[in-house]
Every structure is written in C-alpha cells, then in structure tokens.
Design a protein around this ligand. Structure first.
Ligand SMILES: [Zn+2]
Length: 352
C-alpha cells in the first residue's frame, strides 16, 4: 500500500509524509476512525515509506524493504496480534509482542514499526504496560494504534500519541472510485455510496456483497407493500426478518461493518428519505432508490409530511428498543404497523 493509492485523507497523508521527509516522526500514533475508514491502509503506507530504502514523495515500491512490506514479510513491520479466542488485548500480548521485542534492534531497516489493530481492545493493564514503552521508546521505535474509539485509551496514552482522525470521503468521490476501480454499475454505485456515508471501505464491502443486495430487495419489497399488508402478511414478514437476523448473528463476521438489522433499518430510513425528498422537491435526480421511482412518487403523493415524520420517529424508536433488548418480534411488528398506518393517511388532510 502506497500513500498514492489511498483515496481521500489528504491531511493525514501530508502530515505523515512530511514528518518522514523532515525526520520529525513521533514514536506513537493513534489512527482513529470507524471500520472501513482506511486506518490500516494508512498505517501500512506509513510503515512502508518509513522503511523504504529510497523514499521520495512516497515509498519507492522497488527496494527490498518495499517488496517485503507489500507481501507483509518485512521483519521490522510488526503486526501485534490478539490471542486467539480472547476479546481483549491483554497485558501478556503487550509484554511479549511489543515491550520485549522492542529492545531488539531492527533486523534490516531504520525503524521498528508496531501496528496494533483494534487497539481499543487493550485493557487498562495492557495500556499501562504499553505506556512505559511509549514514555521511553528506543529511537528506532514507532507504535501505531488503530482504533474505532480513541476514548477507550487512558489519558496518559492519549497525551503521548499523535492522534489522526480519519475523515469521511465525499460521496461523489466514493461513487467514482466504485465505478472506475471496482467497475460497479452506475445506479448501484450511487446507492452504495450514499448508504456508506463517507466510508469508502464500507462502500466497497457493500458493493460486492450479495447479502446487501438481498437485504435491499427485502426492504424495497416491505416498503412497497407495507400500506396494504394484512395481519397474516405482517406476521409472516416479522418471522422471516427474525430468522434472517438469527442466522446473521450466528454467521457474524467481525470484519463486517454492520449487522443485518442495522443495515435493514438504515435502508428503510433511506427509502423514506427518498419519499420525503421527492415530496419536497419533485426531483428524481436526488433519489437513491433510482430503480423504484414509480413507488417513491406514489408514496410521496399518498403520505403526508406528518405521516413521514411519524415513520422517522418510529425508526428511531425501533433502534432504541433493539438497543434496550425489547422483544425483537414485537419491535419489528410495531415498526411495520407504523409504516402501514402512516402510509395510509392520504385521506386525512388535516394532518398535512
Ligand atoms: Zn522502497
């Protein structure tokens, strides 16, 4: 990974490249951002350029060190690993993989670079063990902590690290990247780019995910028929969603940026955002669900502003209920009923 291959994050890239060029790198960094925001790519580009034998504006890509970095075989770029089966990064991991190892001089490069992924998983003992090293590091040591939540660090760690906050990426740039680099078709790239809200990694993951397409179809089908569903249909839909959710939890993959139900609720929200947007502007070009404009137009006509507002409130309540572990089936049932009721408020002009 070179800096030049990273889309967006211009400030972070410039800061790190300039530090290398000026020889003013810090011994400890925190790269903070959500899953998919590119923290690991940034860390790998930084490590590679630090270790490059002929760095210019970027790593050269040709020297022995760069080749080793590319194949993850550079002995002086160390990926700190969590113990198998453990949710936390404990004190033993920090002692064995960082504190003891850091005393040994670099094998063949200028630096020893330690990359700690999911560093928010370090418990306080592990952080305290790391603190000693960060306070008095060998001159050649650079430690990069990658985290989704830098508030999980002790103040003493935070104050000794340079923190870089990953930025969201412009939706248009995400869309273009999906089309040009990943050959995703136009309408799909637009949909996924809008859904990813500035997170390129998430957009790439979703664009190639059959599962996401499946969830999207499900949401579109529910949104279209909600107004006309009878009790039996609602029950059937609720149990199908419950089964899907249970299956998703079973296969849960920690690399995935979002679970099934969160994606589903976000997609329903986006659908009604389209309805609201069309109702207010009559402009199709702003819509995300471009394949379904007929139904969006119809709902925009049939549903009042008040009804749409109730739907958005109901989506918020659904998220709150799920977070509070209210019965899953009941929560989803109430959501679908709210959609049904509010999509049918056409005749009730007093609510306009
Ligand atoms: Zn090189």
């Amino acid at each position: 990974m070179n800096f030049s291959e990273i889309i967006g994050q211009e400030d972070a890239k410039n800061l790190l490249k300039n530090a290398i060029k000026k020889g003013s790198t810090s011994h400890a960094y925190i790269f903070s951002g959500e899953k998919g925001s590119g923290k690991m790519m940034l860390a790998e580009a930084f490590a590679k350029m630090l270790q490059c034998e002929n760095p210019g504006e970027d790593s050269c890509g040709e020297c022995h060190s760069c080749k080793q970095a590319e194949s993850h075989n550079n002995p002086d770029i160390i990926y700190v690993k969590r113990e198998a089966g453990k949710a936390n990064i404990g004190v033993d991991v920090v002692r064995e993989q960082i504190n003891n190892d850091i005393e040994i001089k670099p094998y063949s490069s200028k630096y020893k670079v330690y990359i700690v992924d999911e560093a928010e998983r370090m418990n306080p003992q592990a952080q305290n063990a790391l603190l000693k090293t960060i306070e008095e590091p060998p001159a050649y040591a650079i430690i990069i902590l990658l985290t989704t939540n830098h508030n999980s660090f002790l103040q003493t760690i935070l104050s000794r690290c340079v923190t870089i906050q990953m930025k969201t990426i412009d939706t248009e740039l995400i869309k273009r990247t999906l089309q040009e680099k990943y050959h995703i078709v136009d309408y799909q790239s637009e949909m996924v780019a809008s859904f990813a809200q500035g997170n390129l990694g998430k957009a790439i993951e979703l664009a190639s995910s059959d599962e996401f397409q499946e969830i999207k179809s499900k949401v579109v089908s529910i949104a279209k028929k909600a107004a006309k569903m009878d009790e039996a249909e609602i029950s059937a839909e609720v149990s199908a969603i419950k089964d899907y959710n249970n299956q998703d939890k079973k296969d849960s993959d920690s690399k995935k940026s979002q679970g099934f139900i969160e994606q589903m609720l976000d997609l329903i929200t986006l659908w009604f955002r389209d309805v609201l947007l069309y109702k207010a502007t009559m402009d199709d070009s702003l819509l995300i669900f471009k394949e379904d404009t007929y139904d969006i137009h119809e709902q925009a006509e049939n549903c009042s502003y008040n009804g749409l507002n109730n739907i958005f409130n109901s989506l918020t309540e659904t998220r709150e209920r799920l977070n509070a572990n209210v019965n899953f089936e009941l929560t989803i049932m109430l959501l679908i009923l709210a959609l049904k009721e509010n999509l049918n408020d056409k005749g009730n002009r007093s609510t306009l």
